[in-house]
Design a protein around this ligand. Structure first.
Ligand SMILES: [Ca+2]
Length: 178
């Protein structure tokens, strides 16, 4: 009887030790997993992909104050809206934007402003003289999520769309880093 009690007592102690070890392992694993998750979150934030490219094909929108570049080629992250002509930043970060402009030859110069939240941050121009000439501009901006960027037409001479045949007037942008 005494031997049996001893054996059971030993077994119980062993089980208690095993239980402790298991609990410790689970705790260690949980700590490791939390650290891994933090790394994954950081990497995911870093690889957020935002990029768009659109050009002007429709003559009707060439005279509007906010240029609505209607031929959307790329819109990763859906930041650009063809309805409003505005790019709205889906995430905070550093962004680059480029615009090219071509005037209607012989009609008048084309002068466009790059606007951030309705404030001019860049400008680009092409002269009415010189057939098929292009102006271009690139800006780098720090944006908060929901800040918007668009292109404003300062003049009213229209832009060279060539009836949608050539992508002379373009607007593009991408997230450098969030
Ligand atoms: Ca010109």
């Amino acid at each position: 009887m005494e031997q049996l009690v001893n054996e059971l007592s030993k077994k119980s102690a062993k089980l208690q030790q095993q239980s402790y070890t298991t609990k410790q392992s689970v705790k260690d694993l949980r700590t490791k997993l939390q650290a891994e998750l933090a790394v994954i979150k950081k990497l995911t934030a870093r690889t957020t992909n935002v990029a768009f490219y659109s050009w002007l094909a429709n003559e009707d929108t060439a005279h509007s104050r906010v240029i609505k570049y209607d031929r959307v080629v790329t819109n990763i992250g859906n930041g650009y809206s063809v309805i409003t002509g505005r790019f709205v930043a889906p995430v905070s970060g550093t962004y680059a934007f480029s615009v090219t402009v071509s005037d209607k030859s012989g009609v008048g110069p084309a002068h466009l402003d790059i606007m951030k939240n309705d404030i001019e941050v860049g400008a680009v121009r092409s002269e009415r003289t010189g057939d098929m000439d292009l102006g271009s501009q690139t800006v780098v901006l720090s944006l908060k999520a929901s800040d918007n960027v668009y292109i404003k037409n300062r003049g009213n001479h229209g832009l060279h769309t060539h009836r949608g045949r050539y992508a002379f007037n373009t607007f593009s942008g991408f997230l450098i880093r969030s």
